[in-house]
Ligand binder design. Sequence first.
Ligand code: SAH
Ligand code: SF4
Length: 395
Amino acid sequence: MTANAPITQDVLTLPRKLPEGGKANLVGMTRDQMRQALIDIGTPEKQAKMRVGQIWQWIYQWGKRDFAEMTNLSKSLRADLQQHFEISIPEVISKQVSEDGTRKYLVRIAGGHEVEVVYIPEDSRGTLCISSQVGCTLTCSFCHTGTQKLVRNLTAAEIIGQVMMARDDLDEWPVPGTRNTDEARLLSNIVLMGMGEPLYNFENVRDAMKIAMDPEGIQLSRRRITLSTSGVVPEIARTAEEIGCLLAVSFHATTDEVRDKLVPINKRWNIEALLESLRAYPRLANSERITFEYVMLDHVNDSKEDAHRLVKLIEGIPAKINLIPFNEWPGAPYKRSSGNRIHAFADIIHDAGYASPIRKPRGEDIMAACGQLKSATERARKSRKQIEAEAGMKS
Ligand code: SAH
Ligand code: SF4
């Protein structure tokens, strides 16, 4: 670990409740927070826990946003809820559908910020790639999101709201009183691989994922949720203990020299420190393999020596290595490795006994691939600037 490494986390986190006078959003509250909120508006303490369970099911199991539909609550309670609370999720501004069925949504959150969410249908599952921050404070040199200056942490409501928004679009809320069957789910998996570093927004990510896993909530198994981190070492054990989902790590290099350049957080927590925390993860989380993500950058990190070094480094860790052909973006300082180099790399890993799937880029025609999530926000920002400029000219 390098002392005083120049990585800071200067991010705005919004308060959970709206300012005085506004209605508080029930979405994103933990069960305890919702219980307290109900007591605060006069629900008797003895009843509060049961009411939380009922409201929780309406919101997260059946996707209802209107208190009037919550028919197992008394009329007066529904009126009280209506007066004090709202059930609000991010607004979808646009939706693009790729030739391969991938859907990319642009959603607007408080403050006029925008984030992207991607739904990837596959034969046996459907994965939603969600964002945890607007932009990212880290500056991985191959990542488009990392070049975006503006950063704010998403609230728990905005994080779980992305899942609720997608379930609206896929039209897969079960009829009240029934449950989803696991086999038939369109949205069966969540990956925290959109914009942002989830472990720099730990509490909100945790609270949102707890809702996704809740048996009276969205009911996804913790093995169907994968959190991807660039390597925020102190939060990795916490992820195991407090979330318990699967872990993916953006490894991307086999020497500190190269990783310092690609994933600058490596200057703070180097490969050795990272591997140490990863070794402890499966036991702590009682989970299976860790996914090592490895972006294939032509002649930067894709040699046969790299592949051999990688195998040595991860020895003893139950792992799968996900090779990601670099997704280029305008002005990117790298090129995608050739197919030959990627296959040669994959063979070495495979021969060492590890699964080494090469990630198939999805939604390329709509710029929905990993690391490309930025352009729409930037465009929107530019157009706001133009609007301001025009307004300035008129006055
Ligand atoms: N901040 C987290 C999660 C978001 S990035 C993290 O870094 O892990 C999700 C994955 O996409 C990461 O492995 C990231 O390194 C990778 N990625 C970023 N930009 C990419 C690009 N241009 N091409 C391919 N993969 C990219
Ligand atoms: Fe942030 Fe992940 Fe992109 Fe790095 S790869 S800049 S951590 S979003």
